[in-house]
Design a binder for this molecule. Structure first.
Ligand code: GAR
Length: 196
């Protein structure tokens, strides 16, 4: 059975969706380890409650990415736990070369917009401010560019006239929780091959 590792910086609702799908028997993988760059991340709590190994690995000096020495620690931890596929689930740092070359075509991410529209931070707020009538979420392979790898799945969410950033993000997240487990399943069952 495929062993996945989950990286999360915050609430961890996508981690929870993966945990639930595994419990229900609809996702044939096991979670080998959960890692956070944020010691206070609720995602770590969720992992521990589910009986999963959960580690905080200090992110180092840079705000937006992990320097190579820190990436090496993340890679070592994932390898120690036998991880074959890494799922970024609200992990708010850019993945760089050391990490990518240790897991080529083996890192996926969920992003809260219909990429290539609205890469970057708070994509739901960007969509609302732009005035698009539809947005959504995307699961994609991670490459050296930000929010730019090959797309695995997308789901569409309409923007409603009275949406606030919070209501829109909440509805996008409902779709995230459906398509992230599904995308992992497509890879685990060989329907999507590494890299696209
Ligand atoms: C999710 O909406 C995810 O799409 C987004 O962070 C949120 C994490 O929620 N990720 C990004 O914006 C990455 N660029 P969660 O911690 O509850 O899963």
């Amino acid at each position: 059975m495929l062993t996945i590792g989950v990286l999360a910086s915050g609430q961890g609702t996508n981690l929870q969706a993966l945990i639930e799908a595994i419990k229900e028997g609809s996702l044939p993988v096991r979670i080998g380890v959960v890692i956070s760059d944020n010691a206070g991340a609720y995602a770590l709590e969720r992992a521990r409650k589910a009986g999963l190994p959960a580690h905080y690995i200090a992110p180092g000096p840079r705000l937006t990415y992990l320097v190579p020495e820190v990436e090496k620690k993340y890679v070592a931890c994932l390898q120690q736990h036998g991880v074959e596929l890494i799922c970024l689930a609200g992990f708010m740092r850019v993945i760089k070369k050391t990490f990518l070359s240790a897991f080529p075509n083996r890192i996926i991410n969920i992003h809260p917009s219909l990429l290539p529209a609205f890469p970057g931070l708070e994509a739901w707020r960007q969509a609302l401010e732009y005035g698009v009538k539809f947005t959504g979420c995307t699961v994609h392979f991670v490459n050296e560019k930000v929010d730019a790898g090959r797309i695995i799945l997308q789901a569409v969410v309409p923007v409603l006239p009275d949406d606030t950033p919070e209501t829109l993000h909440r509805r996008i997240q409902e779709k995230e929780h459906l398509i992230y487990p599904l995308a992992v399943k497509l890879i685990a069952t060989g329907r999507v091959s590494p890299g696209g």
